[in-house]
Design a protein around this ligand. Structure first.
Ligand code: SPV
Ligand code: MG
Length: 543
């Protein structure tokens, strides 16, 4: 996924500003790309990459059981998924000053805006587990680590927070203040003063003594009942809500897992869990869809067909007494099956069939049926409108009584035009049979040159005596995404009588009149418009 990081201001600059500004700032915990995105969407200006939550999400303990490069991988996903700055909980820096330098460089490379390190020993334990039993790092050694971090950073705005664990470990306020001062002198951008007490007296006492020497960050996980107003009034710089997305996920996941285990079905949870559409939205599915349109070849090439099969086909007499023409058997299977086979062979698998007359008799596997129940009073465009209401976008439209070889559909889809029709240059054949046909006048007849030139439609008529006829329209029309949109708009603009009376040929004429270019692909034969019993017999030899 492309980066959505804004060019300016940089994430590092924004984190520095959050830490330094007069107003209190809030960081929300996240432990993977998804929770980071959720934190940002909730409105937080920054994210806490919590060591506890990341390790919990990985199924391990908060004791450096996940390696630092594994944490780096996670925080990189978080940075890629968000635009707000991330302050990573870097535990003790995963080693000495040298590990710390490398960590800072790697975090900068991965778009992480800052790191917080605590003055404990590697491997550390979470501060709320046997806190007083945990040895602290030598204060001078830790100050050297801070200095190394600050000198390793390339970006002057990268933030290094020094976390003082003296209160957690039971060393008292003086030791906390002494350490904080050492770390300030070493170059820390802020001090995180941590406390495991259920009331805020320790951190308030620290802030009172410390004053404004450096911004102070707090984590009120244990003293959570303290009104935020107190923190604001005392001039704390940043409040970290350190683990609450992870903990809420645990509660919900436990409830959902239990419910499904007990029920052995999904009905009781479906309404309570995020819809799949929400999952796709959070993943940025829309962006990919748009990018595909930009970057994939054959933009708008239809992978969809619409077969207009609503009419009876009275001309076939008794054959269509109980079924529409599309279901009349030819060579052992319904006409519609032949059409579907040609489309599928041409790579078009998403096929919508519009039914009308004797719709219960229309059967086919793997297609979408749409019904035009007004089939007796309407023409083809009313059926097309029903199909467009079910699915939009590029498609090939054809009739339920026209057989064609797969290459004809392929030629249409290969053409990049918005409107493309298939034309049989051997039009005299059908004329000789004396049947009603749709003759076309084109910009060029089907000569060798027509292969090189773009041939376009000028007119479409039923009169075989019209001058300049170049072929017969086979009833196949390809629409690109744009073409389908134009047709949909044209059809939607019709009033009820206009819609009821419009045929496909009327639509083509309208498009030409409106100035749209309808491209022509020629072939000779290899299709059949089933109009008579004779055709049914001919069709039995059509393959
Ligand atoms: C974390 O979120 O991993 C922290 C804060 O370090 S705490 O768990 O309170 O130590
Ligand atoms: Mg931690």
């Amino acid at each position: 996924m492309p980066s959505n990081r804004p060019a300016t201001p940089k994430k590092t600059t924004r984190l520095r500003e959050l830490v330094r500004r007069k107003d209190i700032a809030f960081l929300m915990e996240a432990h993977n790309g998804l929770s980071a995105k959720i934190a940002e969407e909730a409105g937080f200006d920054g994210i806490w990459g919590s060591g506890l939550s990341i390790s919990a999400a990985l199924g391990v303990r908060d004791n450096n059981e996940a390696s630092w490069t594994q944490v780096l991988e996670v925080v990189e996903f978080m940075a890629d998924a968000t635009t707000v700055p991330i302050l990573l909980d870097g535990d003790t820096g995963y080693g000495n000053f040298n590990s710390m330098r490398r960590l800072v460089r790697k975090l900068e490379q991965r778009g992480v805006a800052g790191v917080c390190i605590e003055d404990k020993l590697f491997p550390k334990t979470n501060s709320f587990i046997r806190g007083t039993a945990q040895p602290l790092a030598d204060a001078d050694e830790f100050a050297g680590k801070i200095r190394a971090a600050k000198e390793a950073q390339d970006d002057p705005d990268f933030v290094v927070v020094a976390r003082v664990e003296a209160l957690i470990a039971g060393h008292g306020m003086d030791e906390a203040l002494r350490r904080a001062e050492l770390y300030r002198v070493a170059g820390a951008d802020a001090i995180l003063i941590h406390s495991a007490q259920r009331n805020p007296s320790e951190i308030l006492g620290f802030k009172k003594e410390w004053g404004d020497r450096l911004p102070v960050v707090i984590v009120p996980t244990k003293y959570y009942t303290t009104p935020t107003e107190v923190f604001r009034e005392c001039g704390f710089s940043v409040v970290i809500w350190a683990n609450h997305l992870m903990r809420s996920a645990i509660t919900t996941m436990q409830a959902t897992a239990k419910q499904i285990f007990v029920d052995q079905h999904l009905r009781n949870v479906e309404e309570k869990v995020a819809p799949l559409q929400e999952v796709f939205r959070l993943q940025g599915e829309k962006e990919l869809e748009q990018a595909e349109k930009l970057y994939l070849p054959k933009q708008g090439a239809p992978a969809r067909a619409v077969v207009l099969a609503a009419s009876r086909g009275e001309e076939l007499g008794e054959l269509t007494a109980e079924r529409p023409k599309a279901m009349v058997p030819i060579a052992g299977k319904p006409l519609l099956e032949h059409i579907l086979a040609s489309y599928r062979a041409a790579g078009i698998k998403d096929i919508t069939v519009v039914r009308g007359y004797k719709k219960a008799a229309v059967e086919a596997a793997g297609v979408t049926f749409v019904d035009n129940d007004d089939y007796a009073k309407t023409q083809e465009i009313a059926s097309l409108k029903k199909a467009f209401a079910a699915a939009e976008g590029a498609c090939v439209v054809s009739y339920g009584d026209v057989l064609f070889k797969k290459y004809i559909a392929q030629k249409l889809t290969d053409h990049e035009g918005d409107f493309v029709i298939a034309v049989d240059a051997q039009w005299q054949d059908s004329n000789n049979r004396g049947r009603l046909a749709d003759y076309v006048v084109c910009s060029r007849e089907n000569t060798k040159r027509a292969l090189l030139d773009d041939v376009t439609l000028r007119d479409i008529v039923n009169d075989p005596d019209r001058k300049g006829i170049n072929g017969e329209w086979m009833g196949l029309l390809k629409l690109s995404d744009r073409g389908a949109k134009v047709v949909k708009e044209t059809v939607d603009a019709l009033d009820a009588p206009g819609l009821a009376s419009l045929k496909m040929t009327d639509l083509l004429r309208r498009l030409v009149t409106a100035g749209h270019t309808i491209h022509v692909v020629y072939s000779t034969g290899d299709w059949l418009d089933v109009d008579s019993l004779d055709d049914v017999l001919t069709g039995s030899t059509f393959s």
